[in-house]
Ligand binder design. Structure first.
Ligand code: HEC
Length: 277
């Protein structure tokens, strides 16, 4: 009996191992536009004629200069019938999901920053992401050349990428996020909403709206402004571990370049506005 159990355990363990291995060896990216969906394997992408070597002066995920084998996103999505107001939902295999404005992704110099799909070659693996246990940013990773950090949200550097989907803007898809017309154009509440969509929604939903799933919903059952003192909430958003820490903590700290003090104030203003509605 004991021998049988041991054999079963071995088979089960081996099954997991083989499953994990084949996953890791044949990663693929699914690209969906308004009319069709295609799944591209890593081998196929690495053999693409449009593959080029791209040097990134400062990669905020690796926190240093990096060089990648990559395809311009404008090339990858050419012919996808992308409209002016469209967005591309970039989803990672770990439930991170960010909506990136398509005009940013499709921009080409000299008009703006350039987005690339970097592909990790198993023959030349990337290093592990520093300060985490997440392994490398591969097998697929969106990197940016040019553009300011205010323009390119830290969350637009989407790693562990699994799918790219052309879709409507988040404001159209999730009307519950909106600010009423009587809030003036220059009100920080509006800026707060924009920053929330560009940064926080990668991991958080709001009242069920959004696609992020790494972190808790920030309206349901309670909005953080209802239980955090405002000054502590701002301190938490700048650096969560300055308020509490534990080994599994995942919420990133944001430096001034990624989220200014004015941005943090604006996000808290928007959260407060929504809590009072
Ligand atoms: C990369 C994913 C990620 C991003 C981006 C992110 N968060 Fe989080 N956040 C988390 C996770 C995960 C938690 C749960 C605690 C943890 O594991 O660190 C969390 C926790 C929180 C909490 C605490 C909730 C509680 O009750 O303890 C607040 C408030 C919060 N996030 C707000 C924000 C805001 C606002 C932004 C945008 C500026 C943001 N987060 C961006 C992942 C993220």
């Amino acid at each position: 009996m004991r021998v049988l159990l041991l054999a079963l355990a071995l088979v089960a363990g081996l099954g997991c191992f083989i499953g994990g291995e084949s996953q890791a060896q044949t990663p693929s990216l699914t690209v969906t536009d308004r009319s069709a969906s295609r799944t591209l394997s890593r081998a196929e992408l690495l053999a693409d004629r449009r593959l080029q070597t791209v040097a990134i002066a400062y990669d905020p995920v690796y926190r240093r200069p990096m060089t990648y084998r990559a395809i311009a996103v404008a090339d990858l999505l050419k012919g996808a019938g992308i409209g002016n107001d469209d967005h591309v939902q970039a989803r990672a295999y770990d439930n991170f999901s960010i909506s990136i404005p398509a005009d940013l992704l499709m921009a080409t110099p000299p008009s703006g920053p350039e987005a690339f799909l970097a592909i990790e070659d198993p023959a030349a693996p990337w290093p592990a992401i520093p300060g985490t246990t997440k392994g490398s940013a591969g097998p697929f990773y969106i990197v940016w050349r040019g553009g300011t950090r205010a323009e390119i949200s830290s969350e637009y550097w989407a790693y562990h990428l699994a799918t790219l989907t052309v879709t409507d803007s988040p404001f159209k898809r999730w009307p519950g996020l909106a600010v009423a017309a009587d809030v003036s154009a220059g009100d920080p509440i509006r800026r707060g909403l924009d920053r929330f969509v560009a940064v926080c929604m990668a991991c958080h939903r709001f009242n069920g709206e959004g696609e992020g799933e790494q972190g808790p919903d920030l309206a349901r059952p309670m909005n953080p402004v209802d239980y955090f003192q405002p000054a502590i909430l701002k301190k938490y958003l700048r650096n969560p571990s300055s308020v509490r820490t534990w080994p599994e903590q995942k919420m990133p700290a944001f430096d001034q370049d990624n989220l200014s003090d004015a941005d943090i104030d604006a996000i808290v203003a928007w959260l407060t506005y929504k809590a009072r509605k």
